[in-house]
Design a binder for this molecule. Structure first.
Ligand code: G6P
Length: 605
C-alpha cells in the first residue's frame, strides 16, 4: 500500500528517496512520484509505472535538491493516473505526500473551491495540500498543526514548503510514520525499512504526533501541540533484508526461510508459561472464558486454524471474525472474552478498528500475535507475542503465516495449562514436537522438485478447487488464496464434506482438485469425497501423509508428505500449497512479489 519517504540534508536527497521507494515497492503500488525544493521553487516528477521508470525520468531531467518528498500510491480515491499520483501541490508553494484516507474530503474540497483553490486530481489527498496552503502564514508547522485538526480519517503526511527550503513537517493519525535521525540530516518514512542503509536511528511517532525536522533539529509534538519526547531506537534488523541471495523472488526466499523463522519464533522457549505473552498474562488468561479472534486475509486463516487447537486442546470456546465485518456488525460482547488480533504488519486498518470496536464494547482484555514489535497493534494490546519471521516482502504471506500458527499453538497450550488440561507428559511431548518443527518443515521444502512438475499442469487451468477437512480446511482456504493472489487462477476451497452441496457441479476432467490428506480421524471420510471427484472425471492432486496408503493412479496424483505431524500438521501441509502457488505463478509469468491490485500492508479501510 502507499509509502512515504522524505529527506532534508546537505547533500542531494534524490538517491536516498529513490532507494527508499524501492524498499517500499513490496507494499504494492500503482503510481509513484517525487518532489524537490530546489533553487527557490518546487519540482516534481510522477509516473504510473514502476519506481525504476520514475528514476529514469528524474535522472533524465537532472533533478536534484536538498529537501524532498517521495511516494508510492495505491489508488483509493481516483484512478492510478499521473494527475492523481503524489506528491500533490498547492500552487507553487506547498508539496505533500499522504498515506491513508481523508473521510471528510468532499466537505473540505467544496470549502476550498469556494476560496478559489483549483483541484487538479480526484484524490482526497489534494485537499490537505490546499488546506495547509490556506492556513499558511510563514510557519509550516503551525499551518500543518491547524490543518490536521480539520481532517477526519487516517493519515500520515510529509509536507514541504517552497518558502522554507530546509524544513519538513510530518503528522500521523492512524497510519504509521517514522523519523530517521542522521548526521546533520533527517528523514521521514512510513516504514523504517525505507531508510535501511541510510540510518538505523529511528523514532516511531505516536498517534496524533506532528514532527518538524530540519538539518540539525527534530521537534515532536503530541496531539495537544505539547513537546513530546519520543525514544530513539536503533533498528538493525533490516540489514541485508532486501537481498534475494540465491532466490528468484522474495516469496520463494521467504518460503525457504520458514524453518529459521519458526525456530526464531520459538527462541528461548523453555516451557509453556503465560509470561510468554507478557508479564500480566496470568490474571488476564485466568479470567478468560472465551476467545474472539479478529484478523484479515492470511492472518484470518491462521485464526481459523487456531480455533481448532484452542477448542480441542484448551476446551475454550473461540469465535473467529473477519475484522472488516466485525467492526460494523451488531455483535454481542462478553466481558470475560479475550480479544486476540493476528497481524503480520500490526498496522492493518480494519484489524486495528475491530480491536478498538471490541474495546468500545467493553472487551478490554486483548492479546496480539504480531510480527512487528513497534506496531500500533502491539502498542494497543495488553498482551502480545512477537513472531520473529523477519521482514516479509512478498505480498503473498508465507513465513508470517507459519510463525503465527506456531505462536497460536503456544497460546492454545498456555490456556490449556491454566485450565488444568495439560499434563506434564503432554507438555513435554508438545515441546518435543515444537523443537523438531523446523527440521520437519525443512523436510517438506525438499518436495519442491515434485511440486514444480505439477505446476506446469496447473498453469494451464483457469480454475482449481482445494479440499480439506477439520483443521486442514483453513489450510485449504489459505492454499486457494495463495494460488489466486499470485497466479490469478480462480481457486476456491471447501471442506470436503460440502462438495456434494454445490461445488461438485463444477467438477469435470478440466478441474484440478487439490486435496490435503493427513492421516487423521477424517481420512476415511476424505477418501470417499475423493471418490466423488474421481467419479466426475476430476483430477486429484493429493498431498498425503506417508501412512495414508493413498496411491497414485489414473486421475490421482500423489505427493507424499515426509511425516505425519499430529496436531501441528497444518503448519507442514500449508508449505507445499505455497510452493505450488509460487511455481504455477512462475510458469504463468506473473509478478510474483507484487501481484496486480494487491498491497502488502493494508493501512486503509
Ligand atoms: C494484505 C496482505 C496479506 C495479509 C493481509 C492482512 O491483504 O496482502 O498477505 O494477510 O493484508 O495483513 P496483516 O498485516 O494484518 O497480517
Amino acid at each position: 500500500m502507499c509509502g512515504i519517504v522524505g529527506a532534508v540534508a546537505k547533500r542531494n536527497v534524490v538517491p536516498v528517496m529513490l532507494e527508499g521507494l524501492k524498499r517500499l515497492e513490496y507494499r504494492g503500488y500503482d503510481s509513484c512520484g517525487i518532489a524537490l525544493c530546489t533553487e527557490g521553487h518546487l519540482e516534481r516528477s510522477r509516473s504510473t509505472s514502476r519506481v525504476a521508470e520514475l528514476e529514469k525520468q528524474v535522472n533524465g531531467r537532472h533533478l536534484s535538491g536538498f529537501l524532498g518528498i517521495a511516494h508510492t500510491r495505491w489508488a483509493t480515491h481516483g484512478a492510478p493516473t499521473t494527475d492523481n499520483a503524489h506528491p500533490h501541490f498547492s500552487g507553487e508553494r506547498i508539496a505533500l505526500v499522504h498515506n491513508g484516507i481523508i473521510e471528510n474530503h468532499a466537505v473540505l474540497r467544496a470549502e476550498l473551491e469556494a476560496k478559489g483553490y483549483v483541484f487538479s486530481s480526484q484524490t482526497d489527498t489534494e485537499v490537505i495540500a490546499h488546506l495547509i496552503d490556506s492556513l499558511y502564514q510563514g510557519d509550516l508547522l503551525k499551518a500543518v498543526q491547524s490543518a490536521v485538526t480539520r481532517l477526519r480519517g487516517a493519515f500520515a503526511i510529509a509536507v514541504i514548503c517552497r518558502d522554507e527550503p530546509q524544513r519538513m513537517v510530518g503528522a500521523r493519525q492512524g497510519s504509521p510514520l517514522v523519523v530517521g535521525i542522521g548526521e546533520n540530516e533527517h528523514f521521514l518514512a512510513s516504514d523504517a525499512l525505507a531508510l535501511a542503509g541510510t540510518t538505523d536511528r529511528i523514532v516511531y511517532l505516536e498517534e496524533g504526533d506532528t514532527v518538524d525536522i530540519s538539518l540539525n533539529d527534530c521537534h515532536i509534538y503530541d496531539a495537544q501541540g505539547r513537546p513530546a519526547p519520543r525514544e530513539v531506537r536503533v533498528v538493525s534488523v533490516y540489514a541485508g533484508v532486501s537481498e534475494l541471495g540465491p532466490y528468484r523472488h522474495f516469496m520463494q526466499k521467504e518460503i525457504f526461510e520458514q524453518p529459521r523463522a519458526i525456530s526464531d519464533t520459538l527462541q528461548g522457549l523453555a516451557g509453556i508459561s503465560p509470561e510468554l505473552f507478557g508479564d500480566g498474562a496470568l490474571p488476564i488468561l485466568q479470567q478468560t472464558d472465551s476467545i474472539l479472534i479478529l484478523a484479515c486475509g492470511t492472518s484470518y486463516y491462521a485464526g481459523l486454524t487456531a480455533k481448532y487447537w484452542m477448542e480441542s486442546i484448551a476446551r475454550i470456546p473461540v469465535e473467529v471474525e473477519i475484522a472488516s465485518e466485525y467492526r460494523y456488525r451488531d455483535s454481542v460482547p462478553s466481558p470475560n472474552r479475550l480479544v486476540v488480533t493476528i497481524s503480520q504488519s500490526g498496522e492493518t486498518a480494519d484489524t486495528l478498528a475491530a480491536l478498538r470496536h471490541a474495546r468500545d464494547l467493553g472487551m478490554n482484555r486483548s492479546l496480539t500475535i504480531c510480527n512487528v514489535a513497534t506496531s500500533a497493534m502491539v502498542r494497543e494490546c495488553a498482551l502480545s507475542y512477537i513472531t520473529r519471521a523477519g521482514v516479509e516482502i512478498g505480498v503473498a504471506s508465507t513465513k508470517a503465516f507459519t510463525t503465527q500458527l506456531t505462536a497460536l499453538f503456544l497460546l492454545s497450550l498456555v490456556i490449556a495449562k491454566i485450565r488444568g488440561r495439560l499434563t506434564p507428559e503432554q507438555e513435554a511431548a508438545h515441546m518435543k514436537s515444537l523443537r523438531h518443527l523446523p527440521v520437519a518443515v525443512s523436510a517438506v521444502l525438499a518436495l519442491e522438485p515434485q511440486i514444480i512438475a505439477w505446476a506446469e499442469d496447473f498453469s494451464r487451468h483457469n480454475d482449481a478447487l482445494f479440499l480439506g477437512r477439520g483443521i486442514h480446511y483453513p489450510i485449504a482456504l489459505e492454499g486457494a488464496l495463495k494460488l489466486k493472489e499470485i497466479s490469478y487462477i480462480h481457486a476456491e476451497a471447501y471442506p470436503a464434506g460440502e462438495l456434494k452441496h454445490g461445488p461438485l457441479a463444477l467438477v469435470t476432467d478440466k478441474m484440478p482438485v487439490v486435496t490435503i490428506a493427513p492421516n487423521d480421524d477424517l481420512l476415511e471420510k476424505l477418501k470417499s469425497n475423493m471418490q466423488e471427484v474421481r467419479a466426475r472425471g476430476g483430477q486429484l492432486y493429493v498431498f498425503a501423509d506417508s501412512d495414508t496408503r493413498i496411491m497414485s493412479q489414473e486421475g490421482i496424483h500423489v505427493i507424499r508428505m515426509p511425516e505425519n505431524y499430529g496436531q501441528l500438521s497444518p503448519i507442514l501441509h500449508v508449505i507445499p500449497l505455497q510452493l505450488l502457488a509460487y511455481h504455477t505463478a512462475l510458469v504463468r509469468g506473473t509478478d510474483v512479489d507484487k501481484p496486480r491490485n494487491l498491497a502488502k500492508s493494508v493501512t486503509v479501510e
